[in-house]
Design a protein around this ligand. Structure first.
Ligand SMILES: O=P(O)(O)OC[C@H]1O[C@H](O)[C@H](O)[C@@H](O)[C@@H]1O
Length: 522
């Protein structure tokens, strides 16, 4: 495209959230006015569905739930005065709790003040807090140092707890689980409990729970008299919970600007409620996705490339928000659609030295979303006369964007003035709404995750089989096939993999190698 035409398109399509200094430029996706016209009816329906959702409709029909994350940053929009009060009360308690910790009014039983924060949670109960902690944190200034247990990996537990080391007694443990029954989170909590036990300390007096009222986690925290319990509601999905206590409490404890985060999200919500596709940045994103994919799952992936180290975890956060929301086998009418939008990416310019070669020259199976940060930050030192390291970073972004355009690859560029609480809040809200609008246009429920259940059930079945395998091991070495036959178990391969795992961990004895190995009681 000629430079003058590109400039004109840029001017026509650029939109944003001026109060936050955020813009979205979809001009390099390549869609034209005719596309906007053609998709206008679908987008109009999506706007209406979003209005109804914000007004309290049962927007998650499969689970019969309302979808209320937008109320969290504008509680006056909550559909009932009770809900408004609950939201405001939770936000107030988050701030008060963090202030008490920072002022030393709440102290650890072991003495001194809280110095570290151990967040235990997974998925939506971890990705937002991790992203925000990394984007906004400053170890030299933060009153509490954040750490995360977001898996059931014993080696991972040991690594994080080892890094906390002698400060464990001054570590506030925040356990987050909406359902209060997620095994990985339970296991992380048990690892924290065991580490505290080992130094003669109890978990409860230095633990906090964020969970739905009445959940198993809530009951445990109540029984053991944990320091505090904060609410999650059934109308907030894990992947859209960053502006609930799930995101706000860790951020407040870390000393981050929670008000700014909420304000950025609220300002973005205001700008993305507008029904005009040319002025609504979330609609610009959703239309860009629709143009790239043709509304089909698996057509093109979204490569998220923030040129800023602080935004490294953004794509990881977006993977859950986008893929768990849009990756659906059935549409709202129950038809098989196999929807989805694959998300990957780390950061620029780092990724230019890894896979950008393929983006430029290889398979045409993606579009890019650049995140451009105007203020370079850090020291403005020159690396060459008149040129700073930040100039290089910015130059590499514009260069890659141009190189992709030359190769006929589409891109959207999101610009923020700086990485601060307001822009991060706005980025979260921008993608939340883009996901909602796109889901409406392609006709899927963005707010449930039926596929995740299948994996959980299968894992539970594997653990049940493991118990049977352990029970079947005796003094006489037997092959996996023999043991499976003795159990009447057709899944010989699973039996074999379980035996390898048990043997590697000293819970079975093995002789020989490979599929002919023989196993006995350990
Ligand atoms: O917060 P929790 O109930 O522990 O759930 C944690 C995560 O696990 C699930 O498997 C869901 O797919 C996620 O959406 C959720 O965020």
């Amino acid at each position: 495209m000629a430079a003058s035409a590109a400039w004109q398109r840029y001017g026509e399509l650029l939109c944003g959230v001026p109060e936050v200094g955020l813009t979205v430029d979809p001009s390099r996706m390549g869609y034209d006015g005719a596309f906007v016209e053609r998709t206008a009816p679908a987008l109009a329906r999506a706007f209406e569905a979003m209005d109804a959702l914000e007004a309290g409709a049962l927007a998650n029909p499969d689970e019969g739930r309302r979808v209320g994350h937008y109320w969290l940053r504008d509680p006056a929009r909550a559909p009932t005065p009770e809900l408004r009060r609950e939201i405001e009360e939770a936000a107030r308690r988050v701030q008060a709790f963090a202030a008490d910790v920072h002022a030393g009014r709440l102290r650890p039983p072991a003495g001194g003040r809280f110095t570290d924060l151990l967040c235990v949670g997974i998925g939506g109960s971890a990705l937002g807090p991790m992203f925000v902690a990394d984007a906004l944190g400053d170890p030299a200034r933060d009153p509490l140092r954040p750490h995360f247990l977001d898996n059931t990996d014993p080696d991972g537990f040991a690594r994080v707890l080892g890094a906390i080391g002698p400060r464990l007694g001054q570590t506030l443990v925040v356990v987050t689980s909406k359902s209060g029954g997620t095994p990985e989170t339970r296991n992380g909590m048990l690892a924290a409990r065991a580490a505290l036990d080992a130094v003669g300390l109890a978990l409860g007096p230095q633990a906090v729970a964020i969970t739905q009222a009445g959940s198993p986690m809530d009951e445990l925290a109540r029984r053991e008299g944990w320091l505090a319990r904060f609410p999650m509601w059934d109308w907030v999905g894990g992947r859209t919970s960053e502006t609930s206590a799930v995101g706000l409490l860790p951020a407040a404890l870390q000393g981050l600007d929670v008000e700014g985060l909420l304000e950025g999200a609220r300002r973005c919500d205001e700008a993305t409620r507008v029904h005009d596709p040319r002025r609504n940045p979330a609609a610009a994103l959703a239309l860009s996705w629709l143009f790239a994919t043709g509304g089909k799952g698996g057509a093109k992936a979204m490569v998220v490339l923030p040129y800023k180290d602080r935004l490294l975890l953004f794509s990881r956060y977006l993977q859950q928000l986008v893929m768990e929301s849009l990756g659906k086998r059935l549409d709202l009418a129950g038809r098989r659609v196999d929807q989805g939008l694959t998300v990957y990416g780390n950061k620029g310019s780092t990724d230019q030295h890894a896979y950008v070669q393929q983006l430029r020259d290889g398979a045409d199976d993606f579009f890019a979303v650049f995140v451009r940060v105007l203020e370079s930050g850090g020291a403005p030192a020159e690396v060459e006369p008149g040129v700073t390291a930040g100039d290089y970073l910015h130059g590499f972004l514009l260069g890659t964007r141009a190189a992709l355009a030359e190769g006929g690859r589409g891109s959207v560029t999101i610009t923020v003035r700086r990485v601060d609480a307001r822009s991060v809040g706005a980025l979260v809200a921008l993608f939340e709404r883009a996901v909602g609008l796109y889901a409406s246009m392609v006709g899927v429920n963005a707010y449930h995750q039926p596929g995740v259940e299948a994996g959980k059930k299968a894992a539970a079945a594997v653990l049940a089989l493991q118990a049977r395998v352990v029970g079947a091991l005796g003094p006489t070495p037997r092959t996996s096939e023999e043991l499976a036959a003795a159990l009447g178990e057709p899944e010989v391969e699973t039996v074999h993999l379980l035996l390898e795992h048990l043997a590697a961990n000293g819970r079975a004895r093995s002789e020989g190698e490979g599929i002919g190995a023989r196993f006995s009681a350990g």
